[in-house]
Design a protein around this ligand. Sequence first.
Ligand SMILES: Cc1cc2nc3c(=O)[nH]c(=O)nc-3n(C[C@H](O)[C@H](O)[C@H](O)COP(=O)(O)OP(=O)(O)OC[C@H]3O[C@@H](n4cnc5c(N)ncnc54)[C@H](O)[C@@H]3O)c2cc1C
Length: 389
Amino acid sequence: MADVVIIGAGISGSSSAYELAKEGLEVVLIDRFGPAAMASGWTLAGVRQSGRHSAELPLAKAAVDIWQTLADELDSPTHYTRGGNLRLARTEAEVPVIEEIVREQTAAGLDLQLLKTNQEIREIAPALAEHVLAASFCPSDGSADPTSTVLGFVRAAERLGVQTRFGERVQFIEVVDGKVTAVVTDKGRIPTGKVVVAAGIFGNEILRPLGIDVPLQVPMVTVLRSAPIDAVLNQVIGVANADCAGRQEFNGRFRVTSGLQDWHGGLLEKQTDAGLRPRVLPTGHSIAEVVELFGDIVPAFAAAQIEDYWAGLIDLTPDAIPVIDGDVGIEGLVVTMGFSGHGFCLGPITGKLVSDLVQERQARLPLEPFKYSRFHNSRSFTEGATLHG
Ligand SMILES: Cc1cc2nc3c(=O)[nH]c(=O)nc-3n(C[C@H](O)[C@H](O)[C@H](O)COP(=O)(O)OP(=O)(O)OC[C@H]3O[C@@H](n4cnc5c(N)ncnc54)[C@H](O)[C@@H]3O)c2cc1C
């Protein structure tokens, strides 16, 4: 018998496992592949407040506070750096888009500066091209290493007694008289009264048999990773129309992403040293486009050798903000999914919020905008997950 079973060891599930174990609960953390096997490993891993939906901004701010000391708390490196986020205007038409972002977000209380000349921009980021016209700059944004961070949460959770079961697939949640009673996997049955579904794009596979169906689109993002070069770029770089983004990792590698693309539906399962892992392959065309777009604004990336590539899948909800909800109509069930391309930054606060919901106490931040019931009346898609980084 477990107090809580968490399905999914991405950043949302692993931080939830850690937070619940910290409060003394007996937790089982299950993943059909392993830690950071899907979005939480595929990600660009920007840790940003800028460009956020107003409902999400308090969560992003709280998360950024936690990121400052997370590595010490987990006693494990996160490679978090606070180099800032630059969102660029490359054409005259993009300049008003950036100006509007700065106006809106400063009004929302964020420290966001408008850089109006290439000289101002290149004083902050000399690696950027000379034709970039303007930029927003949020100095308190940054990035972290996704796999190190998720592994940090998992190991800290294990030290607190969390039982981790990787390479095990949840088949269904057993519900009797409207209450969770167990989780059934391909390896057995785990009796429990509480379940957290943190299964990303696969969340609905588990929820639909219970009559819950979070409206999701699943677009794809192409990701390229270069071989290491000397450190030239501290900031996470985005652009006004979100057709590319990128940053240089702590190890010198560039990690660069495309905008949203249609997913062709293919998902391979490959044996790796860490076990079976999912892999989505981008097209040659999308790889060439990323090199051209990001190489145009960061010439050092175009000159670097490409070491690896993959595509990541996004769990995009109609309003591009997640479901974080413990009141979905089944006693003991908490849902946290649909992070729409920006759930990595939120991970550390997601775990604390899930812990509040599992323990049926007032959540420490307002969660009304993240309720599943908002889709009862409308399931039409109004927002795109346009801003990564
Ligand atoms: C290319 C890309 C770039 C991004 N850039 C950013 C960014 O810059 N900043 C940012 O904040 N966010 C970004 N995101 C989004 C962010 O990475 C995700 O929102 C976040 O990682 C979601 O974490 P999660 O734990 O909710 O889901 P996931 O990481 O997808 O984890 C879900 C887990 O559930 C497991 N699972 C599924 N079904 C089952 C089952 N039946 N049984 C057992 N286990 C199961 C999966 O194996 C998986 O490990 C990006 C995403 C992508 C793809």
